[in-house]
Design a protein around this ligand. Structure first.
Ligand code: GTP
Length: 436
């Protein structure tokens, strides 16, 4: 994959559409516009042109075109855009012509964004924010992703790195004093105070897990004995038939997931196999998967049917007891809520309860960290800051305290991609769509 190639891709969705946007980035961008459109408009001014096939002069389409010279473009390179009609034949004809231009080739997934990152147009946390904006399914996810795209996490991480480097500079200055046998007390106190403040601030960011949860969704597991009405409830929450409902106990064998938007918050509802002892190997596997999911879930809804023996609920972080089939019997004093998925009774209260639970767990979108990667980097920084501080407090070697500060600054730098993150890049960019 050469990075001096000019790349192109459709940046709008697939299938027939009114308009299709073809993005072009690289040194040939100007030439392509000039060749196909006859002339190049003013930078960043849209203009209408008849696009023509270079050899025959045959018209391809009437298009709106844009010329965005680097470095003030998304990728930082010369860029062009063709807003062509979104018919399948038009799109195919324009892409075919682009493919015949020398040093010009179709882009790979995420290649435009990769170039933007490599050209310093955005840092790694912003690239992740952009991926999350595109993947956002609910309003709260969109808001969180936008804050990260705008640089909230990246700017904070950069400030932390700066402050750690300042502490490091002071540590190095105090090394000179220690050669002379005596580090001034106020200098040492100043460094300790700085390390302390950073340790507390990073610790606070680490303590808030709501950002990662908001990105992934609040997980609600439906558990209960066979025939409790789990699949019927899942279908009612999803407002469509996703799980097979039948009066035969043990119908659901595997785990079925549905992504719902409850009051703007992402909630993943998981239907599981009914919990009972079974001689059937497949059902046993389903039951053990159900128990595992319940254990990891943010919330378990333990469904209690009116009939049948009492079964023990699985181990869970948080559990609500929900009496089902209220149309058959409402007599369930031991339950937090009673519903009938058949008649809809109690469903509105259940949804309100779920929204409340999700809101409490996902917070107000004020979390800085949104991915495991951020957490791992900051945990290392946090650890090094504590180690550095302990060394200073116990009169340990200043060289070692300085080394801990250096490690902390490197770890924080991984968040914005200032230090080696090669291994992260391939994984991240391949998750993008072509044309982004
Ligand atoms: N009367 C009544 N019947 C219900 C209600 N909810 C579910 N049922 C019936 O109960 C039976 C079992 O429902 P399911 O939703 O398949 O139960 P499940 O808990 O997913 O069952 P398994 O897959 O076996 O674990 C079906 O015949 C449903 O039609 C309800 O609110 N009222």
């Amino acid at each position: 994959m050469r990075s001096d190639d000019t790349i192109f891709a459709t940046a709008s969705g697939h299938g027939r559409a009114a308009v299709c946007i073809v993005r072009i980035s690289g040194p040939q961008s100007w030439t392509i516009l000039n060749t196909l459109g006859g002339s190049v408009p003013e930078p960043r001014r849209a203009a209408v042109r008849i696009l023509r096939e270079p050899g025959s002069g045959e018209p391809l389409d009437q298009a709106l075109i844009l010329w965005m010279p680097g470095p003030r473009s998304f990728t930082g390179e010369d860029q062009a855009e063709l807003h062509i009609h979104g018919g399948l034949a038009t799109r195919a004809a324009v892409l075919k012509v682009l493919g015949t231009i020398p040093d010009c080739r179709p882009a790979e997934a995420g290649e435009f964004t990769r170039r933007a990152f490599l050209n310093g147009r955005m840092d790694l946390s912003q690239v992740e924010g952009l991926a999350d904006v595109i993947d956002a399914e609910t309003e709260a996810q969109r808001r969180q992703a936008m804050l990260q795209l705008e640089g909230r996490l990246g700017d904070t991480a950069e400030r932390w790195r700066e402050e750690i480097l300042q502490a490091l500079a002071l540590l190095e200055a105090s090394l000179d004093f220690s050669d002379e046998g005596d580090v001034p007390e106020d200098l040492e106190a100043d460094i300790l105070q700085r390390l302390d403040r950073l340790h507390v601030e990073i610790g606070r960011a680490l303590a808030n897990r709501s950002g990662e949860r908001l990105r992934e969704g609040f997980t609600v597991v439906l558990a209960g004995p066979p025939n409790a009405g789990k699949s019927t409830l899942l279908n009612a929450l999803a407002r469509r038939d996703v799980a097979i409902v039948s009066p035969i106990a043990g119908t659901t064998r595997d785990v079925i997931e549905v992504h719902c938007d409850l009051g703007g918050l992402p909630v993943v509802v998981v239907d599981t196999a009914g919990l009972r002892e079974s001689g059937d190997l497949i059902e046993q596997e389903g039951v053990s998967r159900a128990r595992a999911r319940a254990q990891d879930a943010d919330l378990v809804l333990w469904l209690v049917p009116p009939e049948g023996e009492e079964t023990d609920p699985p181990a869970a972080r948080r559990l609500l007891r929900v009496g089902t089939k209220a149309d058959v019997s409402r007599d369930r004093d031991d339950c937090d809520l009673v519903i009938s998925a058949s008649t809809g009774e109690g469903l509105a209260d259940l949804i309100t309860a779920l929204e409340h639970e999700a809101e409490t767990a996902l917070g107000q979108g004020d979390a800085l960290l949104t991915r495991e990667r951020h957490r791992r980097a900051l945990e290392r920084a946090h650890h090094s800051l504590a180690a550095g501080r302990a060394l200073l407090e116990t009169g340990g070697p200043i060289e070692l305290a300085a080394e801990e500060a250096r490690l902390a600054s490197r770890a924080v730098g991984e968040i914005t991609g200032r230090v080696d993150v090669e291994d992260v890049l391939d994984r991240l960019f391949s998750s993008f769509c072509i044309g982004k």
